[in-house]
Design a binder for this molecule. Structure first.
Ligand code: HEM
Length: 174
């Protein structure tokens, strides 16, 4: 059977090695070792999401306050990109598939999410071009990992046990 990682690679068009190139360097340190670039990116991203002209997409986020969504995202990104484990300290294990179970994470929703993230990256000056490219590969792969994981758990209702979930893992200590 095709693994979730394989499906994510096929659907996103991003090989696992490119998706996890973020682990071959420390993007948090490369960007200055402060939360600011991640706060900038998440604020930019969610401002676009909450103002999306596509109501069906905006509605997916209607149950969360924008400020909370921004903080949840930038703390996750800081942790995942080599910084302190802010997300896990406040929210627990990222468990991304489980945390998205309540939402309709379809192929169409993934493309819309990625559209906003690409635009947010393009207009965030505190992140350099190389980091942007690496982050976008990670985002594309993770978005389709979520689509595949949620399709699977909805079909078989057995969670993502036994699956290597590198998407949410903290960067290993160096
Ligand atoms: C939270 C939707 C992709 C990481 C959320 C929330 C929604 C959502 C509605 C709740 C907002 C909040 O209260 O924080 C989606 C959709 C996606 C998607 C439709 C399309 C594929 C992603 C990707 C990542 C991600 C690619 C990581 C790279 C997170 C994190 C949270 C979150 C870390 C916060 C969870 C928490 O604190 O409980 N997402 N998401 N999401 N999402 Fe996504």
């Amino acid at each position: 059977m095709q693994s979730l990682q394989d499906k994510a690679s096929e659907w996103s068009g991003v090989a696992a090695a490119d998706a996890f190139a973020i682990d071959g360097c420390n993007i948090f340190e490369a960007l200055g070792g402060t939360p600011q670039p991640f706060v900038d990116l998440s604020t930019n991203f969610y401002t676009r999401v909450y103002e999306d002209e596509e109501e069906w997409f905006r509605e997916i986020f209607a149950g969360s306050k924008k400020e909370d969504a921004i903080q949840n995202q930038y703390e996750f990104l800081i942790q995942r990109m080599g910084g302190p484990p802010l997300f896990s300290e406040r929210r627990g294990h990222p468990a991304l598939i489980g945390r998205h179970r309540a939402f309709p994470v379809t192929h169409r929703a993934a493309e819309r999410w990625l559209h906003h993230m690409q635009q947010a990256l393009d207009t965030t000056e505190s992140i350099d071009a190389d980091s942007k490219a690496k982050m976008m590969n990670f985002f594309r792969h993770t978005a389709y990992f979520l689509v595949a994981g949620l399709e699977t758990t909805r079909q078989h209702s057995h969670g993502c046990r036994g699956t290597a979930c590198k998407h949410g893992a903290s960067k290993p200590a160096e």
